[in-house]
Design a protein around this ligand. Structure first.
Ligand code: NAD
Length: 467
């Protein structure tokens, strides 16, 4: 096994640290690899590499930077099959989802940002001022395990295009996808030090990296609790900070809409990737007098869902990423039962090897219950009822989060409801997200936006020169 899992100064490096973490396949519970837990000396070297590379990268013509990023995109496309395989192994995401979404979305989003940057002006004239937009310096990119390729892509694409250099610290549960991406970046021929990767835990490696005085910006995707703690670190040297955090997003079904569509749109976000999606539409709101029909539609939809080995073509739901995360999900299911919600579908750990939890749906849920307020990050849908559309909006907004949302109903009315939801992204009926539009959260779901030019702007310092 290759024990070099740190990449800086344009090459794979031996670690100073002698500590390693195992990577586990959640389907088989077997150890499939190990990566070094980078220590302070390792982090210092990676940051120094990024710092040394910054000036020349930042002053390189934006078009040239875009060419390098385009090479990374080509590499992702060329090594798509390997990326799919490694994500199935370390994350347990299904083959169909890895192929249709995990890799493809990265390709689409990179392509969209590259298209947008072609016409973006890094210099503007305002009266007698020349306004220059440039990189901050070294960006620490800290990413979670649920979309192990795309969470990194969403940071490095805009950060690099804006002129920054990066040090990526991927989630400890899914580092192998990140290592494969680093190989792709290496092949893309970027100048040494522009892209750097260090593996390790959040509490050690991530903590030290985000506190580093030579890091100018922190870009973090992960839990709201860790996101809040990063404010403290950002303040020490007044670092720029971008936060993509948790969610508990609503799907509102309006009378006169397509109930099957509302159930499908909501359920799919909790079935694909085992519901480990920040923007999952995990709270389904229906009019009280539609509850019985909703239950039938849900039971009908869930009866054909295949849960099992993520490698098999027809599997929709694989295992939860880790034993700890599986226990968290099962504890939430118990909590739901204790608080008086009723299981409509599933509700148990599956009797087989691997970290499998049955896709679960709760009814008789009220908005004050833990399962309606906290992010479960597993295949658990809660169904709530409302008496009036006003009440539906109020309940949907009664959350500390505001990442995503959906409304299914007559289009004009659905848009009126969407305008009143305090959330960063809303899908109406069959509306699909375009990668040029911003993605990000209101309230405790985050700070800043990803994708397209909205994403690039978070990585730009602005300077005015008066003549
Ligand atoms: P997490 O917060 O535990 O970890 C995320 C990353 O932060 C990991 O790389 C981890 O090692 C690192 N980390 C942990 N503690 C740290 C510290 N003290 N200092 C620096 N780094 C630290 O989250 P997770 O369990 O990996 O991911 C799940 C969470 O991510 C969910 O809440 C989910 O909603 C959120 N998420 C949000 C988005 C979004 O775009 N808004 C996308 C995906 C996931």
């Amino acid at each position: 096994m290759n024990r070099q899992t740190l990449y800086y100064n344009g090459a794979w490096q031996d670690a100073h640290s002698t500590e390693y973490e195992e990577v586990i396949n959640p389907t088989t519970e077997e150890v499939i690899g190990e990566v070094v837990t980078a220590d302070q000396e390792d982090v210092n070297k990676a940051v120094a590499s990024a710092k040394a590379a910054f000036d020349s990268w930042n002053t390189l013509e934006p078009k040239k930077r875009a060419e390098y990023v385009e090479n990374i995109l080509k590499g992702i496309t060329a090594r798509k099959d390997e990326l799919v395989d490694v994500m199935i192994k370390e994350l347990g995401t299904s083959r169909q989802f890895a192929e249709s979404t995990q890799v493809t979305v990265s390709e689409k989003e990179m392509k969209a940002t590259l298209e947008e940057i072609e016409t973006f002006s890094f210099e503007d004239e305002v009266d007698n001022a020349t306004v220059i937009k440039e990189g901050y310096g070294v960006v620490a990119c800290i990413t979670p395990w649920n979309y192990p390729l795309n969470q990194i892509q969403r940071k490095i694409t805009p950060a690099l295009l804006a002129g920054n250099t990066v040090v990526v610290k991927p989630a400890e549960l899914t580092p192998m996808t990140a290592i494969l991406l680093a190989e792709i970046v290496d092949e893309a021929g970027l100048p040494d030090g522009v892209f750097n990767l260090i593996t390790g835990t959040g509490s050690e490696t991530g903590d030290y990296l985000t506190s580093h005085e030579d890091v100018s910006a922190i870009s973090f995707t992960g839990s709201t609790d860790v996101g809040k703690s990063l404010y403290e670190k950002a303040k020490t040297t007044v670092k720029q900070i971008v936060l993509e955090l948790g969610g508990k997003s609503p799907m509102i079904y309006l009378d006169g809409g397509d109930l099957e569509l509302a159930v499908k749109n909501s359920a799919n976000t909790l079935l694909h990737n085992q519901g480990q999606t920040c923007s999952a539409l995990s709270r389904l709101f229906v009019p009280k007098d539609e509850l019985e029909r909703t239950k039938e539609v849900i039971k009908d939809y869930y009866k054909d869902i295949k849960v099992g080995d993520p490698n098999e073509e027809d599997t929709m739901v694989g295992p939860i990423v880790s034993k700890d995360q599986m226990e968290t999900v099962l504890n939430y299911i118990e909590k739901g039962k204790e608080e008086g919600a009723e299981i409509l579908v599933g509700g148990n750990k599956m009797d087989r090897k691997g970290y499998f939890v049955e896709p679960t749906v709760f009814v008789n849920v009220t908005n004050d219950m833990t399962i309606a307020q906290e992010e479960i990050f597993g295949p658990v849908l809660v169904v709530l009822t409302y008496d009036s559309v006003e009440e539906a909006i109020e309940l949907a907004n009664d959350s500390i989060y505001g990442l995503s949302g959906g409304v299914v109903g007559p289009e004009d009315e659905a848009i009126k409801v969407a305008r009143r939801l305090k959330t960063g992204n809303i899908t109406i009926n069959e509306g699909a997200r375009t990668p040029k539009a911003p993605f990000g959260g209101y309230k405790q779901s985050g700070l800043g936006r990803e994708n397209g030019l909205y994403g690039v702007e978070d990585y730009l310092e602005v300077k005015a020169i008066f003549k």
